[in-house]
Design a protein around this ligand. Structure first.
Ligand SMILES: Cc1cc2nc3c(=O)[nH]c(=O)nc-3n(C[C@H](O)[C@H](O)[C@H](O)COP(=O)(O)OP(=O)(O)OC[C@H]3O[C@@H](n4cnc5c(N)ncnc54)[C@H](O)[C@@H]3O)c2cc1C
Length: 456
């Protein structure tokens, strides 16, 4: 009998078995697969405890789907892959294509070391770099025309779930599942493919049809909360897109999925914008140095209830509502006059759904320095935003117990009421109206009312 033909399936941001073209390719290419996840010290060092706890759970869930055959390895990627190839006599290594700067560079290094990767599929419905302007074949810099072209380009149907997955049996030393506990006082969303599918079904039944209205209300469960599942590839965006219809609510949801794809495309075409200004002019703006006001922002003690609720939500859940991500980002850049990268780093540490493209460009959009950015002179008013998108104060009450005793008409401006501070809530660290004017004055100095193309 001849030796079995084996291939390695190297999982990274694709921790699922359904709708997984690379896994299907690995299965088809041999008799048995060697499923592996390599713990990456560099990525572990920058991830906070909530994201690590989530990843640990997600790996357990993937392992269950693979009948306990997942190899969880520690060490250098190249050495681990070489050792597994030699040990199992494996002839190929299958992956989903990575496009963001770190993953793409890591894969290039692995290939340069003589390990060819077979790339099938990616974490996107349409891979970055694919959607180009028909007029001159250059990438889009503005979302709306990108969205139209992205829809025209279209995407494949979800791939079939494999009927059977034949795997090798890992040895005792191959099962290095990390023991990362969920931190005390944190409540993170359940991880794994099963949880992702369950949440998607729940959202289809309870939120999708009213998504266009519900998505902005911070106090309700009105969004899909699929971002962490998408980040880790526990569900593919193609699976979501395949169930959408043509209603306004469904179209709005499709547009949000497209924002994720647009930002991945922008980062792919401008890899320096993970840390640097997309619009270079904004690097010249006058910014303050981080001080104790920055510390107050991080822990949710700015004295602005909507901002503080959001920052505490981030610390507790590793997730924050999109509306409040914009509000707290605007507060950091335009009320505290700090550079967006400081806020992005704090998000990077705490978000379970941290995604380098969506985070950097979400921040740059709010800061005014990104592609199709919100104009710098649009300064979010943290009080009015709260009144509008958390009318009854439910969101604030959930995260800021010092304000629980206030009514809907009091909770957004505790400083106006005698008992506003009776439970120890913080005083405002800045005056929004004053800082708004300061921010506009600084803008005037660089006269950058429009984002500029760094390559222009
Ligand atoms: C400053 C800032 C930082 C952000 N950082 C991240 C990040 O690190 N990771 C991340 O996944 N998203 C990030 N976002 C985008 C957005 O806030 C989250 O994707 C969204 O809140 C996740 O919740 P949800 O899954 O319920 O979203 P839904 O409203 O249900 O949307 C469905 C999916 O569409 C995508 N999406 C929605 N809005 C956006 C958007 N504005 N940009 C890109 N994709 C979007 C996400 O994948 C999301 O899961 C950031 C936004 C801002 C303003």
């Amino acid at each position: 009998m001849s030796a079995p033909n084996r291939s390695i399936m190297w999982f990274r941001r694709d921790l699922r078995i359904s709708d997984h073209p690379a896994l299907l390719a690995a299965i088809e290419s041999g008799d048995e697969i060697v499923p592996v996840f390599i713990l990456d010290k560099k990525l572990i060092d920058i991830a906070g405890s909530k994201r690590l706890a989530y990843l640990g759970q997600s790996l357990r869930s993937l392992d269950e789907s693979l009948n306990n055959s997942l190899h969880v390895m520690i060490g250098d990627h190249i050495e681990v892959l070489r050792e597994l190839m030699a040990r199992y006599n494996a002839t190929s290594v299958h992956v989903s294509t990575e496009f963001e700067p770190y993953g793409a560079a890591r894969d290039a290094k692995v290939e340069a070391a003589g390990i060819p990767l077979i790339r099938t599929g990616s974490p996107y419905a349409v891979a970055p770099g694919r959607v180009l302007k028909p007029s001159d074949s250059t990438p889009y810099k503005v979302y709306t025309p990108y969205y139209r072209a992205w829809c025209l380009h279209g995407w494949r149907k979800p791939a079939l779930k494999p009927q059977a997955i034949k795997t090798v049996t890992p040895g005792a030393n191959d099962r290095n599942f990390p023991d990362w506990p969920t931190p005390e006082n944190a409540v993170i969303t359940p991880a794994g493919e099963k949880a992702a599918v369950q949440r998607w079904k729940y959202f289809q039944a309870n939120g999708l049809d009213s998504y266009d209205e519900g998505r902005n209300l911070a106090g309700i469960d009105g969004t899909s909360k699929l971002s962490a599942h998408l980040k880790w590839g526990e569900i593919h965006p193609r699976t979501l897109l395949a169930s959408l219809g043509e209603s306004k609510a469904h179209d709005t949801f499709r547009k949000e999925i497209a924002w994720r794809e647009f930002y991945a495309d922008v980062l792919f075409n401008n890899p320096h914008t993970d840390k640097n200004y997309y619009s270079a002019k904004f690097a010249e703006m006058r910014y303050d140095k981080p001080d104790k006001k920055f510390e107050a922002w991080k822990v949710g003690e700015t004295g602005y209830p909507f901002v503080d609720a959001a920052m505490r939500q981030l610390l507790r859940e590793g997730w924050m509502h999109n509306r409040t991500r914009m509000v707290v980002a605007s507060f950091l850049v335009k009320d505290l006059h700090l550079e967006w990268q400081l806020g992005a780093l704090h998000f990077e540490e705490h978000l379970v759904d941290f995604d380098v493209a969506s985070n950097a460009h979400g921040w740059q959009w709010t800061a005014g320095s990104g592609t199709d950015a919100s104009p710098y002179y649009r300064v979010f008013n943290p009080i009015e935003q709260g009144k509008r998108f958390d009318e009854n104060g439910d969101y604030i009450r959930r995260y800021v117990p010092e304000l629980e005793h206030l009514s809907a008409s009091e909770i957004h401006e505790p400083w106006l009421f005698l008992n506003g501070y009776s439970n120890g809530y913080s005083e405002r660290i800045v005056d929004h109206a004053t800082e708004r004017l300061e921010s506009l004055a600084r803008l005037q100095e660089i006269k950058a009312d429009k984002p500029q193309d760094p390559r222009a």
